[in-house]
Design a binder for this molecule. Structure first.
Ligand SMILES: [Ca+2]
Length: 196
């Protein structure tokens, strides 16, 4: 898979606002939380592989609260450069929330949420989560039809990725590649990807 991004925000640089609640003292370094992310696609799926370093597996606050535990969130907008005056989610904006397995909830939970669906583990989604010595790896194959359709070659789409870190019973740190903590309801600060 080509396309490598490394998430290692340093809490003392200008990116500290990307750490939820601004409490950067909770982040103790790349072994605490960081990731390498690989992106690919084919005609049917948007493919995401995240190799995440996370030193402590926390719990979710509830079985169906994928956002509250360790995991990743993806933000995808296949028409990011249209209707940008509208900061709220548009018809082609999607939030994907993956909660990795925990002791209490041993199955991965992935929520796909947009104006057309709000569904947990929908049938055509493929999820593989594996524990590693330093955290976990997560592989997602997200059908383009859940995201509003296959983009054209050369098209710019909106994309962002957040790492959620729970070391106890709730998400304590969220680190984000491009945007900010309001990504779950605001689209304009998503990063940009060019479809090859
Ligand atoms: Ca954790």
């Amino acid at each position: 898979m080509p396309g490598l991004n490394i998430l290692q925000p340093a809490p003392n640089d200008s990116r500290k606002e990307r750490i939820k609640n601004g409490n950067s003292s909770l982040w103790s370094g790349s072994n605490d939380l960081s990731a390498s992310v690989f992106l690919e696609y084919n005609e049917k799926y948007f493919l995401v592989k995240a190799v995440v370093r996370d030193d402590t597996r926390g719990e979710r606050s509830g079985k169906m609260q994928a956002f509250s535990g360790d995991g990743i969130e993806l933000f995808i907008d296949t028409a990011i450069n249209s209707n940008l005056a509208n900061n709220s989610y548009d018809v082609l904006t999607t939030q994907v929330v993956l909660g990795v397995p925990t002791s209490d909830f041993p199955e991965p939970l992935c929520t796909i949420k947009n104006l057309r669906m709000n569904t947990n583990n929908p049938p055509d989604l493929r999820i593989v989560v594996e524990n590693t010595a330093t955290g976990y790896s997560a592989f997602l194959a997200i059908p383009w039809n859940y995201l509003g359709g296959l983009p054209a070659s050369g098209q710019i789409i909106g994309f962002d990725l957040a790492l959620n870190d729970s070391d106890s019973k709730a998400c304590e740190i969220q680190m984000i590649w491009s945007g900010e903590k309001n990504n779950w309801q605001q689209r304009v600060k998503f990063g940009r990807l060019k479809i090859k």
